[in-house]
Design a protein around this ligand. Sequence first.
Ligand code: GLN
Length: 284
Amino acid sequence: MFTPTNKLIDLLPYFKEKLTDLYGEREVENMFYWCCEAQYGLSKIEVRIGEQRLSESELLEIRQVVKRLEKSEPFHYIIGETEFFDCRIKVDNNVLIPRPETEELVAWVLESLNNHEQLLDIGTGSGCIPIAIKKNAPRLNVFALDVSPEALNMAKASSNLNQVDIHFVEKDILQEDLADLPKFDVIISNPPYVLESDKTQMNTNVLKFEPHLALFVADEDPLLFYKRIGILGLEQLNPKGFLFFEIHESFGKETKIMLEELGYQYVQVKSDMQGKDRMIRCQL
Ligand code: GLN
């Protein structure tokens, strides 16, 4: 049994002993160095060559991290942040951990912008989408909406961290319309789209720790949020305005047809890096 000393680098074998069976050696090494970076601001090189020592309370903190990892809690919740499109995004279990597919959606939005001015993200969660967009297109006036006040607090903290100015709005779009907001040139949403019946195939760390409010939609009405946002967009988008969605891989066709029936044009389904239908862009 390995007993940790108070030297930072000596904690690596401790991480390995406790966590390798669960995560594999490479992932454990990565987690160890990310953890040093997040908790102590030390780069991998600094940790490896340095002689940094930890106080008793810091040592305890690290042991707490290992305990939480042993229970399969997502690493990013434990260290409290993640990286998305080169932005630092704060996360806790009130918001989904941003996924790489959503970076692809942001890249598509940025490519599509020309002289647009007003942009809205619906169901913003961690705020990763509007923060990454505002950072890369600072002239845009960016609004971000969510039903959860806890999520909005996290998103605000991340917007401060990234020094971007975003207008946050608390609203339940299933109950209220957007008439109190300005008209938009671009509306984006990555709404809940995982089916209740998909639960059986999901990793327990997602199921146990990530917010179900942000993930799931009933099997009987998988396009619930897409239809509602499509309808809201008819009122709230400027002529030729863009609507962007992240979608469930199985519903590309249905979502496209629904949007065309509502009157949207140039409806384009795009696949993600894994070749799965994952995004939609259309225009009013
Ligand atoms: N892509 C996410 C996942 O696989 C789901 C995101 C969502 O429901 N909007 O967990």
